[in-house]
Design a protein around this ligand. Structure first.
Ligand SMILES: NC(=O)c1ccc[n+]([C@@H]2O[C@H](COP(=O)([O-])OP(=O)(O)OC[C@H]3O[C@@H](n4cnc5c(N)ncnc54)[C@H](OP(=O)(O)O)[C@@H]3O)[C@@H](O)[C@H]2O)c1
Length: 287
């Protein structure tokens, strides 16, 4: 049987790296991962050339401009990577008959709902990063029917690009190691999510040829303060983590207060739910 070709963009990011690692273990996939150095996703000709050269069955776009604060003052960068380049990619995928897998965020919602967000709940980003990611999603839905969009939250784990900003787990451990005081928001609720575990679910969904938009995070939820406290506890550190609230008058990106995603759609499609966030975090910290 001919191998199916699997092209990962953003291959040195945490999720892109996890996808490449896992896919490379499958005997029936031929995997190619392109880093930012290999391919600038804003370069339409380069994107077209890379896809024409490899002729993938599926393109997984794990690239993102994910600087939430900076997006408020530099929306051009956020929109060029998260929306305009995604629209071009969707068009190239459609023309070259490639299935497109893309990743989005809990930040497409306003965070005011009293229950976990379902895929078809109304969106309403409260910051420009969220708006740029929503624009990318919408472009895909309009341009190519052969797509799967996974919205996720609070990613950590997987390989890291040398240019990557530290994820939350790395940032907390680095600050604890430097003896800096740890003051963390206790008024924002999220679900920390393991990138390697998410990659497993993405591959399952691909094997099942699922199409559409799906929410995929670990199970449960916590405040960012509780997440930080669990990181410190999991590493056996004796460091105090102080809960703080955000300042509504502060300039900069607003954050949704409740960023919890419902997983019923993926479960109904036959993909087993991910593990509780505490278990995934403990496994990551123990590795
Ligand atoms: N991280 C989270 O907490 C989180 C939460 C919700 C949703 N998501 C979504 O999940 C997906 C994966 O996120 P992640 O955490 O794995 O991101 P990540 O670790 O920051 O990786 C992003 C990758 O994209 C590459 N990249 C950035 N700009 C590029 C460009 N112009 N052209 C080509 N490559 C470019 C980066 O390369 P360089 O670093 O070398 O520039 C990096 O390899 C993204 O769609 C993100 O929006 C993430």
């Amino acid at each position: 049987m001919a191998k199916r070709r699997f092209l990962v963009l953003g291959a040195t990011g945490q999720l892109g790296g996890a996808l490449c690692e896992l896919a490379a273990k499958q005997p029936y996939w031929e995997v190619r991962g392109l880093s930012h150095t290999d391919l600038e996703i804003r370069d339409a000709a380069a994107v077209r050339g890379a896809i024409a050269a490899f002729r993938p069955w599926v393109v997984l776009n794990a690239t993102a401009w994910n600087h939430v604060e900076a997006a408020e003052t530099d929306p051009g960068s956020a929109f060029s990577v998260n929306a305009a380049a995604v629209a071009v990619l969707a068009r190239v995928c459609r023309e070259m008959h490639a299935f497109l897998v893309h990743f989005s965020t809990d930040y497409v919602f306003d965070g005011r709902l009293a229950r976990p967000y379902r895929e078809d709940d109304p969106t309403g980003p409260v910051n420009l990063y969220g708006l740029s990611k929503l624009a990318g999603e919408e472009a895909i839905r309009l341009i190519t029917p052969r797509h799967c969009i996974f919205r996720t939250c609070g990613l950590y784990g997987g390989r890291r690009s040398p240019r990557a900003k530290p994820n939350f787990v790395e940032a907390i451990l680095a600050r604890a190691a430097r003896g800096e005081p740890l003051k963390v928001r206790s008024d924002l609720v999220c679900t920390p999510t393991s990138a390697p575990e998410l990659a497993e679910k993405v591959l399952q969904a691909l094997q099942m040829e699922l199409v559409g938009t799906f929410h995929a995070t670990n199970r449960g939820h916590c405040t960012w303060h509780e997440f930080a406290a669990e990181i410190v506890r999991g590493r056996g550190l004796r460091v105090e983590v102080t809960p703080i609230a955000g300042d509504e008058n502060r300039e900069g990106a607003r954050r949704p207060a409740w960023s919890v995603l419902d997983h019923a759609a993926l479960a109904a499609a036959g993909v087993r739910p991910m593990s509780p966030w505490q278990e995934a975090l403990a496994a990551h910290l123990a590795a």
